[in-house]
Every structure is written in structure tokens, then in C-alpha cells.
Design a protein around this ligand. Structure first.
Ligand code: AHR
Length: 518
């Protein structure tokens, strides 16, 4: 029998809802024919946005949404996407394997409208590679300026009198790779220009600088490269801390769970090694989060503090993950580009990853899954007119209860489900949080074949309320146009017991969320 002891966390860290953020990009059918179908489409839509997808995202609630990339951000000129849609320039999209004409029908105003519909805070990513500081500063002024300038008049003429009040601004994307092949030093040299060239909207007030909160997000490391990721963050701060410091509020780490080593492993067909290998791969991100947080603290400590500067603000830098998810080999050859189906295996890694974020909510403040629709670790897939909610969607939905809840501690005693060639995967993974007198407990049974009995012990007597389980007839189960509801959350069997001690039985390859009341 496995055991989970659920305890109050004395640090009572609160899980930011922004750990459940998402990401959309001009890539494959993420925007065109994905979320955006156009007003004249036969596909039911709200002002051009695919109705079923918007409804699903609205129901889920999207705390933060990042756009226009990704790699595409460093090719994107925001002026191509404003003004009457029929007059917008046509460009060409080579992003990954997209190779399509880009008619720029989805631009700044459409993005803001989408954010408004699904309840998201926008994160805009600035073009640092083929754009200029002036272009970025103008986008900033176009979006956020309240005063009556030519840019804000243009915004009003394009449909929005009110500013968009965008708080999150990413400066560049993966600049160590496709975003410019920068070194940490050369990136920081350009970052300084972009960060200082942007309007801050800050005015001098009696308590120092006053103005809206604005987050400037620098490119963080390639989370998949252990040596390089340490050097990127270390050297970024080394070249940052010498003299005057530009505004830098967060580092944007990217981490993909690559599944490209075994050519026999397919998205829809894999063996035991493939199941456990991919699960195991998703767990590495926890070590990367801890390492990067530590490096940021060390970097901040090295920064020289001026002694006499009225406007001096203690440097702070948060850790964000702008992109994460499974990346299977077949995605590279897919049409539409980077399209991947999503099985129960992807749902389990999504649950494992979100629980890692929840557990580390004191050091990780925001994360965006890559991507919302039709790209990689998708929440939603489309096939022509049909909109399909993937098993990942249901994980996010079941995990909504943890948004803004207080983290609890779970001590899990379990036995291994798999041990081979240095890869070890336990049977049971767990996480719990508390909000408004309800304790919500996640139990992931990673065991591919066996149900597990688990003894649950709490510090106080609780009443069981309800529970949900996500699993399937097979570990390769997925949702498609033909079978849109193969993987759906169901009512979980009630745990037996009373007071402090309960016993739950979780099916193989499953994600369960139980709710207990105080
Ligand atoms: O999410 C797909 C791509 O992956 C993004 O454009 C890029 O930032 C990353 O390499």
C-alpha cells in the first residue's frame, strides 16, 4: 500500500493562477484556421474567433496569454497587424515548417479582444532581431499610452479608445538560438537599449517613482542544455551588474520535454519504455527551476547597490517559463506545422509538470504551456470545422482549484513503477492545496498497468466531498473528430474512511483530484 501524508505548509505559499498561462504564435494552424477563422467562415465564430475554442477557453479561464511568438516574435512587425483587415500587408511565414502566406488578419487588436474574451492578461513579445528599439517603443506607446498622441489616436481609430494596459513585455525570444545567436554579453548589450528605450510611464512622486506596474522580461536560458543554461544566466547577470542596471523584472526560461531519441516511439503508439521515458523526461524541469532561481538570486546579490540615488529600487527578478510541453519527433514533419495529437501520456506529463509548478510556486511566478491550439502540447485541436478538447485541456480544468490556493506539503511513500537504464519512475505522485476550507488533493498514478491503493492521512478530521478522475481504456487513448470524448474526466470512486484517515484506489495511468472539506 502506498501512503500520502498531507500537511499544512508553514510557509503557506500561494499558487499564482499565472502558472496556468498559455502561449499562441503565428505557427502552423495555431492562429489562422485555429483560433482565428475569420468573420466570413462557415465555422461558427465570434467576430472571426472560432466560437467553440473561445467558449472552451472562457470556461477554463486563461490567466495569461503570450503572443506573437516564440520565434515568430523576432520576425513580427506589429504595424502589419493593425488597421482594416482587407488592407493589411501579406507576408510570408517560414516559422518552423509553416510555409504559408501570412495575411495578418490576427493582429494587436484581435489579440487584445481574445484576451478580453478568455479573461487573460496579455504578454507581448517584442521583436529584438529584425525590429528596432523605435518600433518596439511605438508598440508600447500604441498599446499603453493614455494621453492624446498621434499613436493613441490611431489606436482609437482602429477601435480602441482605451489603452490596453499591457503589463508583460518580453524582449526577444530564445536569443541564444534562432532569436539572434547572441552570447549573454551581446544580448545584454542590446537588451539595455530596448529596456531603456521603452517608455516607463513613471513619474516622480513623494515615495519615489510612481506609475503602472510594467514587467520587462529578458530571455532566459535554453532549459534543455544543462551546461549552457547555467552559463547563460550566470553571464547575463555578470554583464548586467557592473555599472548602471536596466530594468529587468523576470527571466523567461524555456523547457521542452523532448521525445526524439527513439525513432520507434510514435505519438499514438509507444511501449513501456516510451511511456515511462516521456514521464521521466517531464520531471527534469523541477531541478531546472530550482537551479535557475538560485542563479538569479546569486546574480542579484552581485549587483552593486548605489548609496545615494533617490530613485534607486532594489533589483528584483522573477523566474517565468514562457514555453513548456512535450515535443515529439513527429511534430517536426507534421502538416500543419508542429501539430501533435495528445494522448493520456501527454496528459500525465502535463499534470506532473503543473504539480511541479504548484510545488515551486514560491520561486516560479508564471508559466505558459506551448501552445494553446494545434501546436505541440495543445489544449485544443481542430480538424476543419471540429474543435476537440484534448486530455491536456481536462488536466488544466481539473487543476483550476489550485489557482490562488495555499500550497500544502505531501509526503508520499510509494514503490517504483519502472526502473531501467537509469530511468526511475515512481508509482504515485501527489500534490495538495487548500482554499476556503477545501483541501484538494491530486494523485497521479504513473503505473501503466496496475491500480494502486493509497492510504491518505491528514492533520485534522475531514469530510470527503467529491472527486474526478481522468484515464482511458488504453494509455494511447486520445480525442479526435471521430471520437471527441474518449478521454473525459469522470466521477472518481469515493475514498473509504473517515476523519483523518482515508483509503483511495486509483486506476492505472490516471490523474485524480479529490476534494475534502474541513
Ligand atoms: O513553440 C514552438 C517554438 O519553440 C517557439 O516558436 C520557439 O520559441 C521554441 O523554440
Amino acid at each position: 500500500m502506498d501512503r500520502i501524508r498531507i500537511k499544512k505548509d508553514d510557509n503557506a505559499a500561494i499558487i499564482s493562477s499565472k502558472l496556468h498561462g498559455q502561449f499562441i504564435e503565428f505557427l502552423g494552424e495555431c492562429l489562422q484556421d485555429g483560433i482565428w477563422v475569420g468573420e466570413d467562415s462557415v465555422i461558427p465564430n465570434y467576430n472571426g474567433f472560432r466560437k467553440d475554442a473561445v467558449d472552451a477557453l472562457k470556461k477554463l479561464g486563461v490567466p495569461v496569454l503570450r503572443w506573437p511568438g516564440g520565434c515568430y516574435a523576432d520576425k513580427y512587425h506589429w504595424r502589419d497587424g493593425i488597421g482594416p483587415r482587407k488592407d493589411r500587408p501579406v507576408t510570408y511565414n517560414e516559422n518552423f515548417n509553416t510555409f504559408e502566406m501570412e495575411k495578418n488578419q490576427f493582429g494587436t487588436h484581435e489579440f487584445m479582444e481574445l484576451c478580453q474574451m478568455v479573461g487573460a492578461e496579455p504578454w507581448l513579445n517584442i521583436n529584438m532581431l529584425t525590429g528596432t528599439v523605435a518600433e518596439a517603443a511605438e508598440w508600447f506607446g500604441y498599446c499603453n499610452r493614455k494621453e492624446d498622441t498621434s499613436l493613441t489616436k490611431e489606436r482609437a481609430a482602429n477601435g480602441s479608445n482605451a489603452p490596453f494596459d499591457v503589463k508583460y513585455w518580453g524582449i526577444g525570444n530564445e536569443s541564444w538560438g534562432g532569436g539572434g545567436m547572441y552570447t549573454p554579453q551581446s544580448y545584454m548589450a542590446d537588451y539595455r537599449k530596448f529596456a531603456t528605450g521603452m517608455p516607463t510611464f513613471k513619474k516622480a512622486g513623494p515615495d519615489g517613482l510612481e506609475g503602472p506596474e510594467m514587467k520587462f522580461i529578458a530571455v532566459g536560458p535554453d532549459g534543455n542544455k544543462p551546461e549552457e543554461r547555467v552559463q547563460w544566466t550566470k553571464q547575463l547577470f555578470d554583464s548586467f551588474g557592473e555599472f548602471r542596471q536596466p530594468k529587468l523584472d523576470a527571466l523567461d526560461l524555456h523547457f521542452y520535454n523532448w521525445n526524439i531519441k527513439n525513432p520507434k516511439d510514435k505519438v499514438l503508439s509507444f511501449d513501456e519504455d516510451g511511456w515511462y521515458g516521456v514521464l521521466h523526461g517531464s520531471m527534469e524541469i523541477e531541478e531546472v527551476i530550482k537551479e535557475q532561481y538560485q542563479l538569479i538570486q546569486e546574480g542579484l546579490n552581485k549587483i552593486a547597490r548605489p548609496t545615494e540615488d533617490y530613485f534607486y529600487q532594489e533589483p528584483q527578478c522573477e523566474l517565468y517559463i514562457g514555453e513548456w510541453g512535450n515535443w515529439h519527433m513527429e511534430a517536426f514533419f507534421a502538416k500543419p506545422a508542429l501539430y501533435q495529437q495528445c494522448t493520456l501520456r501527454d496528459a500525465l506529463t502535463t499534470a506532473i509538470t503543473l504539480d511541479i509548478f504548484h510545488r515551486n510556486c514560491d520561486i516560479l511566478k508564471l508559466a505558459c504551456v506551448a501552445q494553446t491550439i494545434n501546436v505541440l502540447n495543445s489544449i485544443i485541436l481542430t480538424e476543419g470545422e471540429t474543435t476537440i478538447l484534448t486530455p491536456n485541456y481536462y488536466v488544466f480544468e481539473m487543476y483550476k482549484v489550485h489557482r490562488d490556493a495555499a500550497r500544502m506539503l505531501c509526503e508520499t511513500e510509494t514503490s517504483p513503477a519502472y526502473e531501467k537504464d537509469g530511468i526511475a519512475v515512481d508509482g504515485i505522485y501527489s500534490f495538495a492545496s487548500e482554499k476556503e476550507g477545501i483541501i484538494s488533493l491530486n494523485i497521479i498514478n504513473a503505473d501503466m498497468e496496475k491500480a494502486r491503493d493509497i492510504e491518505l492521512s491528514f492533520e485534522e478530521a475531514l469530510i470527503y466531498r467529491e472527486g474526478t478522475v481522468l484515464n482511458g481504456d488504453s494509455v494511447m487513448e486520445y480525442n479526435s473528430k471521430e471520437h471527441p470524448f474518449s478521454v473525459l474526466p469522470k466521477k472518481a470512486d469515493s475514498p473509504s474512511g473517515s476523519g483523518n484517515t482515508w483509503k483511495a484506489t486509483v486506476p492505472p495511468a490516471s490523474i485524480s483530484v479529490y476534494h475534502f472539506e474541513k
